[in-house]
Design a protein around this ligand. Structure first.
Ligand SMILES: [Zn+2]
Length: 156
């Protein structure tokens, strides 16, 4: 049963590396807060020591959310970044890579996160303008508004 033994070890390898990665991240960024997405997948929320977030208040790197210490208890910002962590897990980390390749994909992942903050479609124009200037000036506002409608309808 040597073959089985090898295979069993091979299967255990990725989760062990993942858990070690999480523990090392916690050690580096300590003190941190831990939240969960999908019930069991960890999200590490850490104060941003300096502005390593490209001038943004918060950013997510895989399962890690770095947030400006002045906004550490801002649930609206955390909720937004939690959507990005969910995207990370859901796509097995491919989501963030795709957003480097396609501005439309970047718009999509931001629309999905911003839709959690929107109370009514009356805010679509303002949010679309914000997403366009912040993330993708080359994408038309009309495209972003269409995506907002798509996520808005799927949310209900
Ligand atoms: Zn975002």
């Amino acid at each position: 049963m040597k073959v089985f033994g090898v295979r069993k070890r091979f299967i255990l390898f990725p989760p062990i590396v993942f858990i070690l990665g999480i523990l090392i991240t916690i050690a580096i960024y300590s003190p941190v807060r831990i939240h969960y997405v999908y019930g069991i997948l960890p999200v590490i929320i850490a104060q941003n020591p300096k502005s390593s977030t490209d001038g943004r208040i918060a950013t997510s790197r895989g399962p890690l959310i770095l947030i400006d210490s002045r906004f550490i208890n801002n649930e609206k910002i955390i909720k937004h970044e939690m959507v990005h962590v969910r995207q990370y897990y859901r796509t097995l980390s491919m989501s963030s890579w795709l957003s480097f390749l396609s501005k439309e994909h970047l718009v999509d992942i931001e629309v999905e996160a911003y839709i959690t903050e929107i109370k009514s479609p009356e805010d679509f124009v303002e949010i679309a303008e914000h997403i366009r200037t912040e993330y993708a000036p080359e994408v038309s506002e009309e495209y972003i508004i269409n995506r907002l409608w798509k996520y808005w309808r799927s949310k209900r």
